[in-house]
Design a protein around this ligand. Sequence first.
Ligand SMILES: *Cc1c(COP(=O)(O)O)cnc(C)c1O
Length: 384
Amino acid sequence: MREIYMDHSATTPVDEAVFEAMIPFYTSQYGNPSSVYSKGRAARRALEKAREQVAALINAHPREIFFTSGGTEADNQALVSYMMNNSHRGKHLIISSIEHHAVLDTCEYLQKIGFEVTRLPVTPSGLVEPDTLKQALKPGTILVSIMHANNEVGTIQPIKELASIAHEAGAAFHTDAVQTAGKIPVDVKDLGVDMLSASSHKLYGPKGVGCLYVKKGTKLGKLLYGGSQESNMRGGTENVPGIVGFGKAAELAQTRMSEQIAHLTGLGKKLQKGIVEKIPRTIMTGDPENRIPGHVSVCFEAVEGESVLLMLDSYGIMASGGSACTSEALEPSHVLLAMGIPAETAYGALRLTLGKDNCEEDIDYVLEVLPRIINSLRTSSPLR
Ligand SMILES: *Cc1c(COP(=O)(O)O)cnc(C)c1O
């Protein structure tokens, strides 16, 4: 059977060249980067090379890159550690209502331990309006965290403008750029952010590795206590093969970026147009202009998203509903609800996220299969 992977916002396959680069660090070059002998020093050099590669992708200095176990840990460290280390200046934090659970749930924890959190509303296309942020800032606000692009609906936020508003009010700015790093230009200096999270497995690198960019001078400490690794910002022996893979993936992403943007934008537009034309009662979700290339998100009225996913899977097509993280709970997505989409419509959410190996034929196949699936589910549905 055909196998068509269209869930690249959930994870990506490891690129062959990335895997090749990692292998020696599992076999011959297994040294601990903290060891003084040559095998240890070789691992250390590989780690520092990866730091340069990742820094180059986001226009940071290598010393501003701290490796973590992924996007989730980077988000946790940015929020928890920043609030803890700067609480003498205030206890208020602002996020958007459409953040990933790595930010949302971390904020629930921060509230439990005495911090105050404001969740900003978004427009129907999922944008945080600069004025909304302006109104929420107050003297005790020390940090604003707004994601660069949303994983469920693909909307890209005006980070540069939002960060400058936060700074004018004396607050630091963090962005979860897990969905954009490696896909579109992400330049920490141009965006003007103080902290930024990225993850390797969303850009054709291995799972379980990510990083937190921390602008020089930002007061932050560790989340994981232990050894003095990562300039004393994260205890624990470094995941050397993973970090090497992340570095290689970042380098490849940078070289391929403009070609990939063109490829994914073209395919994404074709898929989106085809779906709307062929399937009645389809609602496009997210922003039509400011969105991740190759990210197609819709809601079908009068169908249940889970059933669509299972039917697609039976045709070899892999996609997701609201978000991968909430797909186990039968609750409509918090993102779609925050965008004002009624719960009964949000249940019919489908997200198709394209990647480098998808081609025109994949799109044609989905456009042949999907309308039939929706039609057959609707004729048998009690929601009709
Ligand atoms: C995937 C994702 C994360 C989590 O990253 P992990 O490396 O899987 O922990 C965080 N934020 C966003 C927006 C994501 O898409």
